[in-house]
Design a protein around this ligand. Structure first.
Ligand code: AMP
Length: 247
């Protein structure tokens, strides 16, 4: 039996920390303690914890997308690389892809702030997420044995953050009508981003300018996507991943 744990913390009304895990019942207490410890570092005023039994049988996935590392001279070079990959996967005009990527660097919500979730863009380059302020959030995905995976990632210089992003993107790319993803963090001092296509997760270093507090994700999809089914998959289908693939 699996449980989903979702923990969110805030201070002065602002979100300061959030994590999600899928765990077997026997690990529930252990993982909950770890997550609460992680949250305490942020000195929260409010901690919101939701623990829920997962009723649907999780989709077991053997491997993550393959991690490929790329170092660039500057952000422009990294954007060019991302645009080329996205263009090949989606056939959207390159100028349009630049425009969409730049939107993320400037704040992709209509009011110029960061969205909590991702933008969704079709093959015409149109934004089709149902709520343009919030976007869509991918949830209910984890590694079966997270500690082992974290150790493997640590050995090659990667962290918890990459584990989380790799989970999200691996789940996203399972959806048949999703063709590519672009992501930069909304933390001003974290400049590594990624672009994913089917089977591959390209880490872009640097993907954004140091000090920029704007970040976000773009999910590229086919025109004929069933948007409601896509939301349902991202938000509700539990996915458990067995192993990571490193280039
Ligand atoms: P992060 O990778 O956590 O720094 O998040 C970067 C941006 O990606 C956020 O500002 C959101 O716009 C978006 N985002 C974060 N988490 C998710 C998620 N679970 N699903 C979809 N988009 C997300």
């Amino acid at each position: 039996m699996f449980y989903s744990i979702k923990i969110r913390a805030s201070k002065d009304g602002n979100h300061v920390s959030g994590s999600e895990r899928i765990v077997k019942k026997e690990y529930l207490k252990k993982v909950l303690n770890e997550l609460v410890d992680k949250t305490y570092i942020k000195d929260p005023e409010l901690i919101n914890i939701k623990i829920e039994e997962i009723k649907v049988k999780p989709l077991i996935v053997k491997k993550t997308l393959e991690i490929k590392e790329h170092q660039f001279k500057n952000v422009e070079e990294s954007k060019r690389f991302a645009v080329d990959i996205i263009h090949t996967a989606t056939r959207i005009k390159k100028d349009k892809i630049y425009e969409l990527i730049n939107t993320v660097h400037l704040g992709s919500s209509p009011d110029g702030s960061n969205m909590r979730g991702a933008m969704i863009v079709n093959e015409l380059g149109e934004r089709i997420e149902l709520d343009k302020f919030r976007g869509v959030r991918t949830t209910t995905v984890d590694f079966i044995d997270r500690d082992r995976i974290l150790k493997r990632l640590k050995d090659i210089g990667l962290t918890n953050r990459t584990a989380d992003a790799l989970c999200i993107s691996t789940k996203n790319m399972l959806y048949k009508d999703m063709t590519a993803e672009y992501c930069i963090s909304d933390e001003a001092d974290y400049t590594v981003g990624y672009v994913s296509v089917k089977g591959e997760y390209h880490r872009l270093n640097p993907a954004k300018e140091y000090g920029n507090p704007k970040g976000g994700r773009i999910y590229f999809v086919r025109n004929n996507i069933d948007i409601y089914d896509f939301y349902k998959f991202l938000q509700e289908t539990p996915v458990l991943i067995e192993d990571v693939v490193v280039d």
